[in-house]
Design a protein around this ligand. Structure first.
Ligand code: ATP
Ligand code: ZN
Ligand code: MG
Length: 530
């Protein structure tokens, strides 16, 4: 073997430890200890001693700047191991430390042909305010200690990798702790709900559960898998009538065009919208076969032939871990479609809707009848435009919906401002402070007479309408030629429209409003089962 590179033959200087901060300086809010491995023993001479403090001061100045102050408080070197500690007040120090290590690597490379090979953080401690203080212990799934003193929390993360430092784990962990604490204070409290408008009360001679009645008439059959229904010709015709009404009376007059979107939502998309952290227990996950090779499936098929059972353990070996979810909400994939694009001013507001992806939700104990199912049909209009355009469009949508519910379906219904779905679906709580009457979600609810008196019974949310603001246009990098770009969506649940209508009007077409009957046309003849 030939001689190694020059750097490897350098004589390592004796271990050095330098404490920069005198005993008089009080401990700062944040402290980050880093241990870097150099590509060779640290250079002799005073290179580190002279350059490290300078580079640290410059990096701190650049990344913390006027947001706070910081200091390299300690460093030591032994062979190829360089340890340093940066403390700061105000802004957290990790960006400064990353910059410092980058610049140090550059300088050592030039002057001594040594690089910073890798680093890790044995300890990262930050102090932050936590109001309201948590009611009970908060857990994090990464090594840490959390202490709370009044409304001040101190979080220490230990053994952070280089990647975790670069990826901002500390900032995210702090946000998560604050979120968890806030959630504890909301727990058990009612969801935010403020009445917006109510239709006049109506007479309801029919007071039965429409699903029960449809079952009796064999219009529907509870499906072969959980929470799903088979709609026979009559029920299907009525569901499609609701869809036609929504398109003809609301969407087409307001200039919405149909899009057809894929049915699987990628994890990438749901990471951007926040769904994956908000609702992981409500998805149906999609798995793929590991292979289509029949030979790989032979044991499986043989076992099926012999046992007439599904060999679950064998199946588990043959499918991949989940890689997507079956459509939960339609708007995320519509945002993906627009992602990275710049919208021309004359295309605004973009108005599209999807009715092709069938929504799947794991409703668990909450299922009931046709109104709360695991698989439902929904039209989701999505709109993207300037704030003014979206506020105007909301008024137009409200006007058209009102027309449908008052004049065609003749429902008893009301609207209310509620916790925005995009906060709920990303694990948030409450309303958007100060914004709740511009941005936010309006729920549409229908009285279900079979559930009891209108004053005390639970009404059915049969659709909603939201203005989201910039959350999704930002997350998906959707831009306009100039100005702010907002988005929003509305969820028209067809099973909910149908049950709300049948619960109030009954199943006898003679009792249905004339305008609705016109949309229905001729009902298909019932199949007679003997
Ligand atoms: P709920 O609180 O009643 O479960 P949600 O807040 O989960 O409704 P969203 O996520 O806002 O509903 O979905 C928008 C619309 O989709 C709802 O207004 C409703 O029409 C429909 N929808 C949601 N979940 C279901 C379900 N399990 N079965 C039928 N329709 C549903
Ligand atoms: Zn949506
Ligand atoms: Mg729900």
């Amino acid at each position: 073997m030939g001689p190694g590179p020059a750097v490897a033959r350098r004589v390592a200087p004796a271990a050095r430890t330098v404490n920069i901060r005198g005993p008089s300086v009080a401990t700062m809010e944040h402290e980050l200890q880093v241990e870097a491995t150099l590509s060779g023993p640290a250079p002799p001479g005073d290179l580190l001693a002279t350059r490290l403090p300078v580079l640290a001061a410059e990096s701190i100045q650049r990344s913390i700047g006027p947001r706070g102050s910081g200091q390299l408080t300690r460093w030591s070197v032994e062979g190829d191991k360089l340890s340093l500690t940066v403390e700061s007040d105000g802004a957290r120090p990790h960006q400064a430390v990353l910059a410092l290590l980058r610049r140090l690597g550059e300088e050592l490379g030039k002057s001594a042909h040594i690089g910073v090979r890798s680093f890790r953080a044995p300890l990262y401690r930050v102090r932050f305010s936590l109001a309201p203080p948590p009611k009970k212990e908060i857990h994090l799934p990464i090594p840490h200690t959390l202490t709370v003193d009044g409304e001040t929390a101190t979080l220490e993360l230990t053994e952070l990798s280089e990647e975790a430092l670069r990826d901002n784990w500390m900032d995210r962990a702090v946000t998560l702790v604050q979120e968890k604490s806030k959630r504890q204070s909301y727990e058990g409290k009612e969801q935010y709900w403020a009445l917006l408008k109510a239709s006049p009360p109506r007479e309801h001679p029919f007071r039965l559960d429409p699903t029960e009645e449809m079952l009796k008439r064999l219009w529907v059959r509870s499906g072969p898998t959980k929470g799903k229904w088979f709609l026979g010709p009559t029920a299907a015709h009525l569901l499609r009538t609701m869809e036609r009404i929504a398109r003809r009376e609301v969407l087409e007059p307001l200039g919405f065009s149909e899009v057809v979107q894929p049915h699987h939502d990628s994890f990438d998309i749901l990471l951007k919208t926040g769904h994956l952290e908000g609702l992981p227990g409500e998805f149906y996950y999609v798995t793929e076969p590991r292979t289509r090779d029949p030979a790989a499936w032979e044991t499986f098929t043989d076992l099926v032939k012999i046992t007439r059972h599904v060999p679950e353990a064998e199946l588990a070996k043959l499918v991949s871990p989940p890689s997507a979810v079956s459509c939960y909400a339609q708007c995320p994939t519509i945002y993906w479609w627009l992602s990275g694009r710049t919208l021309a001013t004359d295309s605004l507001p973009v108005r599209v809707y999807d009715r092709s992806a069938v929504s799947n939700r794991y409703e668990s104990g909450g299922r009931h009848g046709l109104e709360r199912v695991d698989e439902f049909h929904r039209i989701e209009p999505v709109y993207v435009g300037t704030p003014e355009q979206l506020v105007a469009l909301r008024e137009q949508l409200l006007e058209r919906y009102t027309h449908v519910f008052d004049k065609i379906l003749e429902l008893e219904w009301r609207t209310a401002w509620v916790t925005p779905f995009y906060m709920q679906q990303s694990g948030g709580v409450g309303v958007e402070e100060g914004q709740e009457r511009i941005k936010g979600t309006i729920d549409f609810e229908a009285y279900l007479p079979y559930r009891g008196p209108r004053e005390t019974s639970e009404w059915l949310e049969f659709q909603n309408l939201s203005i989201v603001g910039e959350k999704y246009t930002k997350a998906f990098t959707i831009r306009t030629q100039k100005g702010e770009l907002w988005s929003g969506c509305s969820g028209i649940g067809l099973e909910r429209w149908l049950t709300a209508f049948l619960a109030q009007k009954g199943l006898d077409p003679d009792a249905w409003p004339a305008a609705f009957r016109r949309h229905v046309g001729t009902l298909p003849a019932d199949i007679r089962f003997l």
